[in-house]
Design a binder for this molecule. Structure first.
Ligand code: TYM
Length: 333
């Protein structure tokens, strides 16, 4: 069985950036790659690289599980699971740390950014995080890994680690390829459009959360930073705010950036923002409704149990083979 693997950290509310950069893409890819099996998970082990409130984390894990499904993933070729319920992930992370160099981890821009924000308590796990991520992927011999732009560097390191292991032991891991969406791979903050839209931004006006009400969505878009030029075209460098809004429109309407430019070239920013708000609301409303049904259902637990069982079966086998390659434990017949 060929696998496609990806994960999302359960930290804060899911926003439209995460949706466009990952979940919406998973839904599309599930149709395109219908012979692949999708291993999608909630990366709770990644979340604790920074201290979290226990009850808050547990709540967010469940919310993220419901959100994955509410966005329209289909069950046929999917295993949805919680990372910590599949113990081979943390085991593999350690084994792969033995194949990862300090210098490589020191170069990771996400580590540098996060370490800067948490100067006092930078944990060792925040540093070794890319080895955990490599384990998540290599355990399933993933052929493809759909992610947003900000995970590209981690994926390149995963590929390097896989190649390093293969050079030593022969073809042991599949070397995974990233699948980065053409539009929507990097949605920017609404208030500071040169920075990524992020779950952890202290300013709630910087993002649209998937569970925001229609009114809040409209407000956030109305107050999004643009520019004073008042002419409608995409230019990421000189008009980052407007270009970000055009990107969101393009991704949600499934039309090209050029088509959005053409459609709105003669309208004011204000009118475009109203049209964008309508489009976002129209897209998020059914997801929100389905989410509220799912979060109260028993179906969710059953899906997560099944996902963890399948993931454990595959990953235990792969981890045992790797133990064997490395000479760990006893030889078994
Ligand atoms: P995380 O939780 O930060 O983000 C989840 C996914 O959403 C994408 N994303 C965005 N895309 C576009 N615009 C944005 N503003 C935006 N913000 C987030 C991310 O690129 C990502 O695809 N380390 C990963 C989780 C992970 C993982 C894995 C992913 C753990 N193990 C194995 C793939 C394979 C992370 O922190 O993503």
């Amino acid at each position: 069985m060929k696998h496609i693997v990806s994960g999302i950290q359960p930290t804060g509310s899911i926003n439209i950036g995460t949706y466009l950069g990952s979940i919406r893409n998973f839904v599309r890819l599930q149709r395109e790659y219908d012979e692949h099996h999708f291993m999608l998970f909630i990366a709770d082990l990644h979340a604790i690289t920074i201290p979290r409130d226990r009850l808050e984390l547990r709540k967010t894990i469940k919310e993220l599980a419901a959100m994955y499904l509410a966005c329209g993933l289909r069950q046929e070729n999917l295993s949805l699971f919680i990372q910590s319920e599949v113990p081979a992930h943390s085991h593999m992370s350690y084994l792969l740390q033995c194949f990862t160099y300090m210098g490589e981890l020191e170069r990771m821009t996400q580590f540098k950014d996060k370490a800067q924000k948490h100067e006092k308590g930078v944990t060792a796990s925040l540093f070794t995080y890319p080895a955990l991520m490599a384990g998540d992927i290599l355990l399933y011999d993933a052929e493809y890994v759909p992610v947003g732009e900000d995970q590209k560097q981690h994926l390149e390191l995963t590929r390097d680690i896989a190649i390093r292991v293969n050079n030593r032991f022969g073809e042991f891991f599949t070397v995974p390829k990233p699948l980065i969406p053409k539009v929507g791979a990097r949605i920017m903050s609404l208030t500071e459009p040169t920075a990524k839209m992020s779950k952890s931004d202290a300013n709630v006006k910087s993002r649209i959360n998937m569970l925001d009400t229609d009114d809040i969505i409209r407000k956030r878009i109305r107050s999004a930073v643009t520019d004073s030029e008042a002419s409608f075209y995409y230019d990421k460098t000189n008009k980052p705010g407007l270009s970000n809004l055009i990107t969101i429109y393009s991704a949600l309407a499934d039309i090209s950036i050029e088509a959005v430019e053409q459609k709105y070239k003669d309208v004011s920013y204000k009118d475009f923002k109203e049209a964008l708000a309508d489009l976002v609301i129209e897209n998020l409303r059914p997801i929100r409704q389905r989410y509220h049904e799912l979060i109260q259902s028993k179906e969710l637990d059953a899906i997560l149990d099944e996902g963890a069982a399948y993931a454990s079966k595959i990953s235990n086998k792969k981890a045992a083979k790797f133990n064997h390659k490395l000479g760990l434990g006893r030889k078994r017949k």
